[in-house]
Design a binder for this molecule. Structure first.
Ligand code: AMP
Length: 282
């Protein structure tokens, strides 16, 4: 496995290589969720590149950029075991050289939900993803459904800018009790960790009402809210039932593919989860 530290080294590696390349961008501190993306890429491409880059421009002031968990030695061993051909490990000074002033803004789909809670977040995400794509030139790039809005922002950018890459969505990997794996779960106290499966429990309950025929978006959102409020001490920040592609909030009835998502705050830690709802075809 090669470790490439600069955009120029990354590009040279790619140019010297035939066949298809799959790409898995990450911020490191890897867990089974990341590794599921990597394994899928390894299975579907001639070679897989993973990147580890804690991207400063997607963190707001007062967020956890400085204390974001890092463990490069362990990450590299996990990636090598999983069959990755190259790891792209750039430093911020190479991604954002002095005088840097060009950003990508994906408009509507970035605005609500996480975009509202974290102004500038998706501008940072879209910009770094495009720059990473320019270094790696992947045929396919793998993104987790865990970050539902990020996936839709990246997909929109790829379409709008004619990027020659297929965006492949991958299912959420969960702990046995339902908590979606996240590098940030290490921030939870034991009591918060014990309460955290309430997010997936609430989503599953709403999905089961949906499967039983409930189509009223506000009833489905309320189902989630009341479970979070009665079964935990977490504070719901938002509960959204939105169009699957545009993330425009559904008012009235759910008539097409939709995504039900929520953020619950436990102390300083924001936990995110979501589930997709698709009405059966008539
Ligand atoms: P991150 O390191 O948090 O930026 O995540 C890197 C990639 O892994 C993103 O595409 C995430 O959506 C994906 N990912 C993170 N957690 C999970 C999970 N529990 N299941 C599936 N994919 C995940």
């Amino acid at each position: 496995m090669e470790v490439l530290a600069t955009p120029a080294a990354m590009r040279a590696w790619r140019r010297a290589r035939g066949g298809t390349v799959g790409f898995v961008p990450t911020m490191g501190y890897l867990h089974e969720g990341h590794l599921a993306l990597v394994r899928r890429s390894v299975a579907e491409n001639d070679a897989t590149v993973a990147s580890i880059f804690v991207n400063p421009t997607q963190f707001g002031p007062g967020e956890d950029f400085e204390r974001y968990p890092r463990d490069e030695v362990r990450d590299l061993a996990l990636l090598e075991d999983a069959g990755v051909a190259a790891v792209y490990l750039p430093v911020a000074a190479d991604i954002y050289p002095p005088g840097f002033q060009t950003y990508v803004t994906v408009e509507d789909v970035s605005r609500r939900l996480e975009g509202e809670a974290r102004p500038g977040h998706f501008r940072g995400v879209a910009t770094v993803v495009l720059k990473l794509f320019n270094g790696v030139e992947p045929d396919r790039a793998y993104f987790g459904r865990k970050d539902a809005q990020q996936l839709r922002v990246v997909r929109r950018m790829a379409r709008d800018l004619d990027l020659p890459v297929e965006i492949v969505p991958c299912d959420i990997v969960r702990e046995p009790d339902g908590l979606a794996l996240s590098s940030r779960n290490v921030y939870l106290t034991p009591e918060q960790r014990a309460a955290a499966p309430v997010l997936s429990r609430a989503l599953l309950q709403a999905r089961s009402r949906f499967a039983d025929g409930e189509r009223d978006a506000s009833v489905l959102r309320e189902t989630v809210r009341s479970i979070v409020l009665t079964q935990s001490r977490g504070t719901p920040e938002y509960i959204s039932l939105a169009d699957d592609e545009t993330l425009a909030e559904v008012s009235g009835k759910v008539e097409g593919p939709a995504v039900l998502s929520l953020v619950v705050r436990f102390g300083q830690t924001r936990l995110l989860d979501n589930i997709e709802l698709s009405p059966p075809n008539p």
